[in-house]
Design a binder for this molecule. Structure first.
Ligand code: PLP
Length: 440
């Protein structure tokens, strides 16, 4: 069939989505936000239920995107719907705390041993922005270190070397800081030190060199995308502690593998952690938290507080209620079910690719997964950047035609709780059919 024919089939199956996209782009810039867009136009959905989505053309998809991993319980989970309805009946936004933010904060502090206190915001972007400000204020130092390929949201301090062209990225052992988006403050790249993943020697060398200026190291462990060796993650913790730097762990794709978050899996205690996605139960949310002495910089009762964080909708009661209901469903049994499905997918895909002699690397971490074609192994951003993206996009589109919705390009896909083994087996089979279609 080939890639063109797969796209042609997509157009035939989804005329209403195409029309709505064309209508939308007249008034909504680009019609869809960056992460929603894929060529030739994204699907428009009508509704979601459990692990399924219906589009405006009347087609149904098994959802393996789950709203950028956030919808861990699938769509319209009764516990979340009940919690939201109950919160709505008390009031939507009353201009003061409603107590529900304390309930979810207690729940999270109980789950994650490094958390003494938390502050809620509206997005993962805001969480990393404020965590970095806090680290700068506390340490009195200006610079931030991040990993090449790591993503922490869209603000200037961290939109550096997120997906640089390899020609611009410099020496792999001393990556150059490259601005990711147009319009960033020109000094952003000067204040950011870029570290390679999976390289202890370079980590130590670069952090030691910049220790006088570095406030913090922020680490996105790229759950389900770029597998980190636990020893490497622990080394980041040890070196930052030894050099007196604050370690910020980005767990925005968190609570998908273990009750205590990714940090319990890696057996580390960061100084600060950023959260987002599932802790809002599908509503906009972010949070940062950690050591009491750091977080108390935000304590308004201590007079002129040194770090200011606010926001009209921060800790929005409906998001807090939905997030708490979601976390309460994530029992050890729920994690075991999700992780079991993740393993089943890994086994099925490894066998499929092995039997067919397809070069691909399947990364599964708990219930988050990615498929990288054209490479045997992915350990660093540079490996990831050299993968065969065309095949990834063609498989993604063939899967849409077959009734499976994944993340575009097959990076950062996710399994939700209502998913069963048969959905996983059907996905594996459909990927086999997609490869047949591409080869035809
Ligand atoms: C690891 C990581 N950090 C930060 C963010 C930004 O979160 P938000 O989109 O809520 O601003 C994301 C979003 O995908 C993420 O995956």
């Amino acid at each position: 069939m080939g890639i063109e024919a797969i796209e042609e089939r997509y157009r035939e199956l989804t005329p209403e989505s195409r029309e709505l996209f064309e209508e939308g782009r007249e008034v909504n810039a680009g019609a869809a936000k960056g992460a929603y867009y894929y060529a030739p136009y994204p699907l428009t959905f009508r509704r979601g239920s459990g692990c399924e989505l219906d589009d405006v053309d009347g087609r149904t998809y098994v959802d393996f995107g789950n709203h950028h991993t956030a919808q861990v319980l699938g769509h319209n989970h009764p516990a979340v719907v009940i919690a939201v309805r109950s919160q709505l009946s008390d009031g939507i936004a009353l201009g003061g705390p409603m107590g529900v933010e304390t309930k979810i904060a207690k729940h999270m502090c109980d789950r994650v041993s490094s958390l003494d206190r938390i502050r809620f915001v509206n997005s993962g972007t805001e969480a990393s922005l404020h965590a970095i400000r806090l680290a700068r204020q506390f340490s009195g130092k200006p610079k931030v270190a991040k990993f090449e390929g790591g993503y922490h949201g869209s603000h200037d301090a961290v939109e550096v070397s997120v997906s640089p062209n390899l020609e611009d990225a410099g020496d792999p052992r001393e990556p150059k800081a490259v601005a990711t988006a147009g319009g960033m403050a020109p000094h952003s790249v000067d204040d950011t030190i870029v570290l390679p993943y999976d390289d202890e020697e370079s980590l130590e060398r670069l952090l030691s060199r910049h220790r006088e200026d570095l406030a913090c190291v922020i680490m996105d462990p790229k759950a389900g995308i770029l597998p980190q060796r636990p020893e490497f993650v622990r080394r980041v913790r040890d070196v930052t502690r030894d050099l007196g730097m604050i370690m910020i762990f980005d767990e925005i794709v968190g609570f998908r593998q273990a009750r205590g978050g990714l940090q319990s899996h890696y057996e580390i205690e960061p100084d600060l952690t950023c959260f987002g996605k599932i802790i809002g139960g599908g509503f906009p949310v972010g949070a940062f938290g950690g050591r009491a002495d750091l977080m108390d910089q935000l304590d308004n009762s201590k007079g002129s507080s040194t770090v200011f964080q606010s926001g009209t909708h921060s800790a929005h009661a409906v998001a807090m209620a939905a997030g708490l209901a979601t976390l309460e469903q994530l029992t050890d049994d729920a994690h075991a079910h999700l992780n079991g499905l993740g393993s089943r997918l890994k086994t099925g895909l490894d066998k499929l690719f092995g039997d067919r002699g397809v070069v691909a690397h399947v990364v599964v971490m708990g219930s988050v997964f990615s498929i990288h074609f054209g490479i045997e192994e992915v350990r660093t951003y540079r490996d990831m950047a050299s993968a065969d993206k065309e095949t990834g996009l063609a498989v993604f589109m063939s899967l849409l035609n077959q009734g499976f919705f994944l993340s575009q390009g097959l990076g950062m896909c996710a399994i939700s709780l209502p998913t069963e083994g048969e959905h996983i087996d059907a996905l594996v089979e459909a990927i086999g059919i997609a490869l047949d279609e591409i080869e035809d």
